[in-house]
Design a protein around this ligand. Structure first.
Ligand code: C5P
Length: 225
């Protein structure tokens, strides 16, 4: 199976690392968080809150439809034929995504889309998320669990948004990230945790280039030729 699974907490650099590793290897990149965000966007825009249930959300996903589309070498979420990559990064989606992602039927639907994407891209796919190595692709030959301290993750998240954060902003962002991590690690289904055979990579003191190089070097060992 030509899959590299990269898991880890929010803002640990999973998606940036996964995208650059995929580019180096000539593989595709799939950000599973983007799919959970797209489902969340559709649910909060199109359903009243009492209807945020597994069966309503699945019906909506089929009706719209919600799909993963390969654009260049990136799988991007599409809702009713519209690319939603920008909209899914908004604060209102971020505020609700952990709740929607904890619904078992939503997870099954997202997992099925990921397995389909990998099946139709035999060259290889780098997939990042929270449960890729533990649940979605437990047989992936290379699994990485990427971490960084909450302070460093908060700094990266704010800098990514073009802000130069002061200590107070960093502390607030750190608390928001930790709340989301807590929800993701303590949920009963597919909690965030490293697979037993994952390589743990603490990126607190690594540059993005260094992270990418470490993962690409491991990939060259696991996927020779
Ligand atoms: O990676 P990102 O921060 O965009 O993910 C958004 C949310 O989607 C996470 O906080 C988590 O609740 C959910 N998620 C998940 N499983 C994944 C990827 C994301 O539960 N594999």
């Amino acid at each position: 199976m030509r899959v590299i699974a990269i898991d880890g907490p929010s803002a640990s650099g999973k998606s940036s690392t996964a995208a650059l590793v995929a580019r180096r290897l000539g593989w595709a990149h799939l950000d599973s968080g983007a799919l959970y965000r797209a489902v969340t966007l559709a649910a909060i825009d199109r359903l009243a809150e009492p209807d945020w249930t597994g069966s309503r959300i699945l019906a909506l996903a089929q009706q719209l439809p919600m799909r993963l589309v390969l654009v260049g070498e990136t799988f991007r979420p599409e809702v009713a034929g519209v690319d939603v990559e920008r909209e899914i990064r908004s604060d209102r989606v971020t505020a609700h995504v952990s709740r929607i992602a904890a619904i078992p039927e939503v997870r099954e639907w997202v997992n099925a889309r990921q397995r389909e994407a990998v099946a139709r891209h035999p060259v290889g796919v780098v997939v990042d998320g929270r449960d890729i190595g533990t649940v979605v692709f437990p047989n992936a030959p290379l699994k990485i669990f990427l971490t960084a301290t909450p302070e460093e993750r908060a700094r990266r998240r704010l800098t990514q948004r073009g802000q130069s954060p002061d200590a107070g902003q960093r502390a607030r962002e750190g608390q928001a990230l930790e709340a989301r991590d807590r929800a993701d690690t303590t949920r009963p289904i597919a909690p965030l945790r490293p697979a037993p055979d994952a390589v743990l990579l603490d990126s607190t003191r690594l540059s993005l280039d260094e992270q990418v190089e470490r993962v690409a070097a491991l990939a060259r060992g696991r996927f020779p030729g």
